[in-house]
Design a protein around this ligand. Structure first.
Ligand code: ADP
Length: 478
């Protein structure tokens, strides 16, 4: 397949270069070709989105909702097709990918329902015969910049609330998720989404991403990706006074106390650390274990990790696929080599039968490094986690907070008082007891503190605050 832009309701094949995408599970297989855009395509998308805003923003919430319901239904019908393209394009195991597309379907339905929900408050006026109230109004054209690691769910958790609030969208997906993006928009287009409401522009972040940020009249930008790019997005938006939200990195800790139920804990640590090959901003990348249980924990972890099945992303029995791309492989392997040189390798697990040449990295847990070591402080975004020992809860929580990031954190315990102290004291936007660090539900707010985010929240009701403006209205009827 090949990628195309969808601008103003028309398919356009841009001609500013091509990239051949290879299957990260099998580098001998070409999955498709990306056609890259230049600044002119971004300008076309700007024209289309701003024209469409005039009509889309005036539709009732119920009409906008009917479109989101159709998008959801169409996506559900094509769930398997889209999941397969995404698995081949960026290597996420097919069972996980199917779950991700279903999350997209649910998100569309959730936000569709917002079209007919109360969206303001009546506030008593101090004057007689005055009705004072608030209502949500759309912002305008929204720029959405997304990463490759959740190629379906992240775009939808931005696009769906943006559309239901009455905005129109210019979407720039990551290069390594652009075939998936094209396919997804094809599904939405066939479901009758009005022209210009959603515009897809495919290309390199450094080229068209910057044109979008610097030159287009945007009313909001929502970004998920690396901390460095997120900082850049925030700087440009602050200078242009554009409303923005940035979701960036994590270095999420899972704390295991002496009284944790280890049978349940181990599987959640492995899932948090190694599903999606650790390429989630909420992945568990530090495992902090209390002294008294450390040896037993390590023994059980080694055993469990030896049976984690690694292989081709289209094999539905595979737990761990490859990492997404050559640059990902290079970057994660630099940490694997660092661990081999400077740390104790607790376990390098993963069981693989015959696998093709691909970007596979065996899941690895390292220990015996100082808390300031890059393995403990830097986001690796791959199947590599670091194990740290804590003498008690106090030390565990202090280690947990000793990072510039603050996205998600977990505690495994059967002690309710520690559970509640953790929920208060862990410096993270999402704090979870006896649950893995990843997997926050779509109807709940998602986001981080410290360097993990720009302090707003996505998903749930929180997204509506970002994608709309609150107007304070007063009507005198005296
Ligand atoms: P990753 O390293 O995970 O690919 P990035 O932060 O580089 O994360 O990319 C996330 C998204 O941001 C992608 O869609 C990418 O193309 C885009 N992007 C990268 N650089 C820029 C930039 N300078 N301006 C706008 N978007 C960018």
């Amino acid at each position: 397949m090949s990628s195309q832009n969808w601008i103003g309701g028309e398919w356009v094949t841009p001609n500013a270069g091509t990239i051949v995408i290879k299957n990260p599970s099998n580098l001998n297989e070409e999955v498709g070709v990306l056609h890259l855009s230049d600044a002119s395509h971004v300008r076309q998308a700007e024209d289309a989105a701003s024209t469409a805003f005039n009509s889309w923003s005036r539709q009732t919430g119920a009409v906008r909702a009917s479109h989101l319901y159709k998008m959801a239904a169409a996506l559900e019908v094509k769930l398997d097709d889209l999941a397969m393209i995404a698995s081949k394009e960026m290597g996420k195991p097919i069972t996980e990918m199917r779950g991700e597309v279903m999350r997209g379907v649910n998100l569309l339905r959730y936000y569709a329902a917002e079209g007919v929900r109360a969206n303001g408050q009546v506030i008593p006026s101090s004057e007689a015969d005055v009705l004072q109230f608030t209502k949500r109004t759309p912002l305008g054209v929204v720029g959405i910049i997304t990463p490759w690691n959740f190629p379906v769910a992240i775009p939808i958790w931005k696009i769906a609330p943006a559309l239901i609030c009455g905005n129109t969208v210019i979407w720039k997906p990551a290069e390594f998720a652009s075939l998936t993006a094209s396919k997804m928009v094809e599904i939405f287009a066939a479901a009758g989404l009005p022209e210009g409401t959603l515009n897809l522009v495919i290309g390199k972040g450094s080229k068209i991403g910057d044109v979008l940020l610097e030159q287009v009249t945007l009313h909001a930008v929502s970004f998920t990706g690396s901390t460095a790019t997120g900082q850049h997005v925030a700087e440009v938006c602050a200078r242009r006074n554009i409303k923005y939200q940035t979701e960036m990195g994590g270095k999420n800790a899972a704390i295991v106390l002496n009284d944790a139920n280890l049978d349940k804990t181990i599987s959640m640590i492995i899932s948090g650390g190694f599903r999606s090959a650790g390429q989630k901003c909420t992945a568990t990348s530090r495992i902090i274990v209390e002294n008294g249980i450390y040896d037993r924990f390590v023994e059980m972890l080694i055993k469990a990790m030896s049976s984690v099945k690694m292989g081709d992303s289209l094999d539905s029995s595979v737990y761990l696929g490859p990492v997404a791309s050559e640059s990902q492989h290079k970057s994660v392997m630099s940490y694997v080599n660092l661990a081999r040189e400077q740390a104790e390798i607790v376990v390098e697990g993963g069981r693989s039968e015959s696998i093709n040449e691909g970007y596979y990295i065996r899941p690895l847990v390292a220990a015996s490094v100082d808390v300031n070591h890059p393995l403990v402080q830097e986001e690796i975004f791959g199947p590599v986690a670091t194990l740290l020992k804590a003498s008690d809860f106090e030390e565990a929580i202090s280690l947990c907070n000793r990072t510039v990031f603050g996205l998600s954190a977990s505690l495994f315990t059967s002690d309710l008082s520690y559970a509640h102290r953790f929920l208060d004291e862990a410096q993270a936007g999402m704090v979870r007891v006896n649950q893995e660090t990843a997997g926050v539900e779509y109807q709940a707010p998602f986001g981080g503190v410290k360097m993990s985010s720009s302090h707003s929240r996505e998903q749930g009701q929180a997204a509506l605050d970002f994608y709309s403006e609150i107007k304070t209205c007063a009507v005198s009827y005296a």
